[in-house]
Each structure stands twice: as structure tokens, then as C-alpha cells.
Write a protein that binds this ligand. Structure first.
Ligand SMILES: [Zn+2]
Length: 227
């Protein structure tokens, strides 16, 4: 019990943590690199998103400016596309790539994309799970309460499922973004950099899913040790 935080199963997580750290570095580095390259259409991320949304018949979607870096998202319940400062105001390849990716989510919403709907259906339980999973699991281990440990594992499995379902949603949004950008919006020479930015962003999702998956394996191993 004393070694709970420092057991050998920790080693499992090291490669995943390294990948997560690398992917964070990679996305920031790639975004900054192409943030210096102005797109030839000379549109800001906001302008680009507006043009694409209107083209898709999504005039009701509002575009707002939010704080932070790479904090951009699309909220299907409010029909709001939130773009961070660096994307909203910038005319770079990075900015329009991210803006188009978020428009991709708005189009998924319009088309009732299955993985998006399934992901959203998990919101309430994932909310509960992420708040309570560690308290329950650690209490279960300390008090040797098997049902509590198992409940913790089930809750964490749902979080992992959520992250796995997020992957096709993210890949699909980027695929749609590249398709739109290739459709005469960006110059041919600008497509490569746009793909690079979106690939780097996708890698962060893969890495954090891997961390969680191994974390789940670790929980199962820890629970077995105490049988
Ligand atoms: Zn996304």
C-alpha cells in the first residue's frame, strides 16, 4: 500500500508520457512555424471560418474569440465556433487550418455524424467519471473494498472509451478541413503545411488516449495485486 504511487506499473506509462510530451512540443512548434506564413488569400481564421460556414449553409453558427493558445472548439449545443486569439485574428496558414478544422466539426453536427453524436451522449457520464474516479479507486484500494475498485475501473473505462471515440471525430474534422482548403482556398504549396499543422494536432489526441489506455491497464494490474 505504501508503494501505491511508485510501483513498477508506473514504468508502463513512461513511453506514453514521452509521446504525449513530444506531441505537445510538435503541435506548438508546427503551429508557430506556419504562423509566420501568411496565406495567399490573406484571410484571417475568423474570416475563413465565416466564408466556409456560410458556404455550408451554417450562417446561424456564431464565431467567438476566446483566450488561450490552441483552445479552439466547436460547441454543437450552442452552435458556437470558438477561436483562440492566434487563430481568430491571424492570417497565417496555421490559423486558417485550425479554423477550417473547427468548421469541420460544425459540418459533422449538421450531418449528424455518428461518432460526434455518440461522443456527445457520453458527456454526462464522463463528467461524473472524471470528477470521482480517482477518489473512488484510491479509497477502494486503501480500504480493500473490491466493489469500489471495480467501480473506479468501470468509470475510467468510460473515460477511455470517450477518448477513443474522439479520435475518428478529430480525424474526420481534419479530413474535411483539408478537403475544403484544397478546394481552391489555399494555394497548392500551402496544402502541405496545413496538413502538417493538423497532423500534429491529431497526434496530441492519439498520445493522450494512449496515456489513458495504459493508465487503465495499470489500474487493473494494481487491483489484481491486492487480491
Ligand atoms: Zn477538433
Amino acid at each position: 500500500m505504501y508503494n501505491f504511487y511508485y510501483d513498477n506499473t508506473m514504468l508502463l506509462l513512461i513511453p506514453a508520457f514521452l509521446l504525449a510530451a513530444y506531441s505537445q512540443y510538435k503541435v506548438t512548434h508546427t503551429f508557430n512555424k506556419y504562423n509566420k506564413l501568411i496565406n495567399k488569400k490573406d484571410l484571417t481564421g475568423k474570416e475563413m471560418a465565416r466564408v466556409l460556414l456560410d458556404y455550408e449553409g451554417l450562417s446561424e453558427v456564431e464565431i467567438i474569440n476566446i483566450q488561450g493558445s490552441l483552445t479552439d472548439y466547436y460547441d454543437s449545443s450552442k452552435k458556437v465556433l470558438a477561436l483562440s486569439n492566434d487563430v481568430y485574428n491571424s492570417r497565417s496558414i496555421s490559423a486558417v487550418s485550425v479554423a477550417c478544422h473547427e468548421v469541420g466539426h460544425a459540418i459533422q453536427d449538421k450531418e449528424n455524424y455518428g461518432f460526434l453524436r455518440f461522443r456527445e451522449s457520453l458527456f454526462p457520464v464522463v463528467n461524473f467519471a472524471s470528477k470521482s474516479v480517482w477518489i473512488l479507486f484510491v479509497l477502494g484500494i486503501i480500504l480493500s473494498l473490491r466493489p469500489l475498485v471495480e467501480f473506479g475501473i468501470i468509470l475510467f473505462s468510460i473515460i477511455v472509451l470517450f477518448q477513443v471515440v474522439t479520435l475518428p471525430v478529430e480525424f474526420d474534422a481534419s479530413r474535411r478541413a483539408i478537403a475544403s482548403l484544397s478546394n481552391g482556398i489555399l494555394d497548392e504549396s500551402e496544402i502541405g503545411p496545413a496538413k502538417e499543422v493538423l497532423k500534429a494536432a491529431a497526434l496530441t489526441y492519439v498520445a493522450s488516449t494512449l496515456v489513458s489506455l495504459l493508465q487503465l491497464v495499470r489500474m487493473v494490474l494494481l487491483s489484481r495485486d491486492r487480491d
